[in-house]
Structure formats: structure tokens, C-alpha cells
Design a protein around this ligand. Structure first.
Ligand code: SF4
Length: 355
């Protein structure tokens, strides 16, 4: 089997109010964590007979908190071929030239920086560390990963306006990132909320002016710079998950069923070697997830993969939904306008799938 690899690095310098990701402030666990990750990767590659890893994503948490030696050890424990996409996330406060250089030397070719906002009042309001030198850190990233870094921004933050968000985008774009992710702070600022839709539309226009195009609900990229690891998620192609709270999905295309392996969000349980929870994914569940993930993506569901996997075409599975949503679709996928109503679309598609 071919499967991507996600490694969750569950350490942070502080816990931001809005964060749903699992992390711990106890850095004493870094050493045993790195040892456990190494055996976990080997065990999973063996257990699922993984022949090759097309993409690697090291996220968190805050991977940059591992420092240059820690990230080097982590990267060396992953047997990946040169030239595959390897992404590491970093936060400005723990990002150094040595860290970037260790990433670069050990095969990383995509660096994702969690900026969130340049507005210090907003950072304080959500208890996120402010470093004061975010722009200097972006300049540093630009020198090491000139054509291949991404910036994470957030919308819906306290004290943030469309104007201030667009100003942040303008400043960030002066460093020429290849990719920008824009995440909404809360459920209330998700698609289908009118204010959010207006905001996202304005911001999308700004990004368009800067020559980024939207290729998923929250993601914008320059030409040829989409994150292929995430594209594989949206296509529901298999991946392994390593680290506390990480989950992986393995798929058997011959039966159109799968299994989701989810580790407990508990660093001590992970280090002790506690096994992940195995949740079977039956035919209908897998089909619903394939639709759910596929329609987030601007190219829509991979129809060839869908027919091969489920022995039915997408048109046979949700004909009425596709017919009703025609005005918001192009080439079998939702348009940018359609993506703003994604939740409604999915509700209708799921009702039809369950009939
Ligand atoms: S630094 Fe990132 S992962 Fe850590 S608590 Fe803040 S948002 Fe969450």
C-alpha cells in the first residue's frame, strides 16, 4: 500500500485559547516522544506493508519547539525518498536559522509558518505568544525556503476587521509565500455563516489580486504550489498518523472499506506504547467521507478514484443533489461561491446517500 505520513508533535510554548489541537507544555517528554515516534513509524510501515510514502507532514503542536537537533532526529526516523513533499510547521517564537537549516538539510521542502495575525491586540486577546519580530522570522524563512513556504492566518479574531485582515495579507504577501491558509476562529465563522461568507469573499478577492487562487475552503496557493499532502486527504487517499491524538486512515480499495487508527490525546499513554483505537469504516461511511472531503477541494471528488473504489459513479450516488447544485458547480466541483455553502451541499448529499 502507498500511504502518506502525518506526525503530530504535541508540544507548545503556551496554550492558545482557541486551539483544538492536542499539545502539552511539558517539554521533558520530548526525548521519550522522539524515541517512541521512531518505533511507531517502523511498526506502522511494517504492519500495513507500506511500500512508499508520497508525502510527509510534521504538524502540531509546535514542531519548531524541537529545535534543530530534535527535528533532525525526527526526520531521520522517516524513510522517505528524496523529492517527495515534506512539510514542517513552525511558529515564529521558536523558529531559528539553525532550525530552518536542519529542516532543509534533512529533506524538508515546505515550511508552514503559523502567523495567525500581525495584530498584537488580537494575539493578546486569544493568549497567543507575541514575538514582536514575526516579520524578521518571515524574512528568515524566505531566505531558506524562497519558493516553498506557507503562512497560516486566522479570520474572526477579536479586534480584527476585514480591512486589518487584508492589511495583514498585504504585509505577508510582501514576503512572497507560495501558499496561504486562512482558518476561521470558531464554528460561527465557518462556511454558511453570512458574515463569514462576506469576509471570506473580500479576503479571497485580495488574495486573487496577489495571484493566489483558492483551491480548498481555507487554502490559497500560487500556481503549482498546492499542498499535496492535504490534497491526498481531500481525495481520501490512505495516510498513517503518528503521535498522540494523531489519526490515520487505511483503505482497502478492493472492498471499499477502511480503518481509522486514532491515538489518545495523551503524551504519557503514547510514550507507554498504548495502541491506537481502531475504528472500522464501512462502505457507506467511507463513501460519505470521500464526498465530504472531496467537495472541500476546488477540483471536487476524484471521479475515477470514486468509481474504482465504490463500483458506482458519483452521478449514480447523488444525482438529485448534483442536479440542484448545478448553478454552483463547474466541472463536477463546487465553485468558490458554492464552497461558501459547503455545509448545505453536504447535508443534502448525505441525505441522498442514506436513502
Ligand atoms: S501554538 Fe498552535 S498548536 Fe499550540 S496551542 Fe497555540 S494554536 Fe494550538
Amino acid at each position: 500500500m502507498i500511504a502518506s505520513l502525518y506526525v503530530h508533535v504535541p508540544f507548545c510554548a503556551n496554550i492558545c485559547d482557541y486551539c483544538d489541537f492536542y499539545s502539552t507544555l511539558n517539554l521533558n517528554f520530548i526525548e521519550p516522544y522522539l524515541q517512541r515516534v521512531q518505533t511507531d513509524i517502523q511498526d506502522q510501515l511494517h504492519a500495513y506493508s507500506i511500500e512508499s510514502i508520497p508525502t510527509v507532514f510534521i504538524g502540531g503542536g509546535t514542531p519548531s519547539i524541537l529545535g534543530p537537533h530534535g527535528i533532525e532526529r525526527l526526520l531521520k526516523s522517516i524513510p522517505f525518498e528524496p523529492d517527495i513533499e515534506v512539510t514542517v510547521e513552525a511558529n515564529p517564537e521558536s523558529l531559528s536559522y539553525d532550525f530552518l537549516s536542519a529542516c532543509h538539510t534533512n529533506g524538508v521542502n515546505r515550511l508552514s509558518v503559523g502567523v495567525q495575525t500581525l495584530n498584537e491586540r488580537s494575539l493578546d486577546a486569544v493568549h497567543r505568544i507575541r514575538t514582536g519580530d514575526i516579520l524578521k522570522k518571515l524574512a528568515l524563512v524566505q531566505t531558506v525556503f524562497p519558493d516553498s513556504f506557507s503562512v497560516d492566518l486566522m479570520s474572526g479574531l477579536p479586534f480584527q476587521t476585514v480591512e486589518s485582515l487584508c492589511a495583514d495579507i498585504n504585509t505577508v504577501c510582501s514576503f512572497n509565500p507560495a501558499h496561504i491558509s486562512l482558518y476561521a476562529l470558531t464554528q460561527e465563522t465557518q462556511p454558511d455563516n453570512t458574515d463569514y461568507a462576506d469576509e471570506l469573499y473580500c479576503v479571497g478577492q485580495e488574495l486573487l489580486r496577489q495571484s493566489y487562487s483558492q483551491y480548498e475552503v481555507s487554502n490559497f496557493a500560487k500556481k503549482g504550489k498546492r499542498c499535496m499532502h492535504n490534497v491526498r486527504y481531500w481525495r481520501m487517499e490512505p495516510w498513517l498518523g503518528v503521535g498522540p491524538s494523531a489519526s490515520g486512515t487505511l483503505i482497502d480499495d478492493s472492498t471499499a472499506t477502511g480503518v481509522r487508527n486514532s491515538y489518545k490525546a495523551d503524551i504519557e499513554a503514547y510514550i507507554r506504547g498504548e495502541a491506537p483505537l481502531h475504528e472500522p469504516l464501512d462502505y457507506l461511511t467511507l463513501m460519505k467521507e470521500t464526498v465530504l472531503m472531496g467537495f472541500r477541494y476546488i477540483d471536487g471528488v476524484d471521479t475515477q478514484l470514486f468509481s474504482r473504489r465504490f463500483k458506482l459513479t458519483l452521478e449514480q450516488c447523488i444525482p438529485s443533489t448534483l442536479e440542484r447544485w448545478k448553478p454552483y458547480m463547474k466541472d463536477g466541483a463546487l465553485t468558490s461561491k458554492g464552497l461558501l455553502m459547503l455545509n448545505r451541499f453536504l447535508t443534502e448529499a448525505f441525505i441522498e446517500l442514506e436513502q
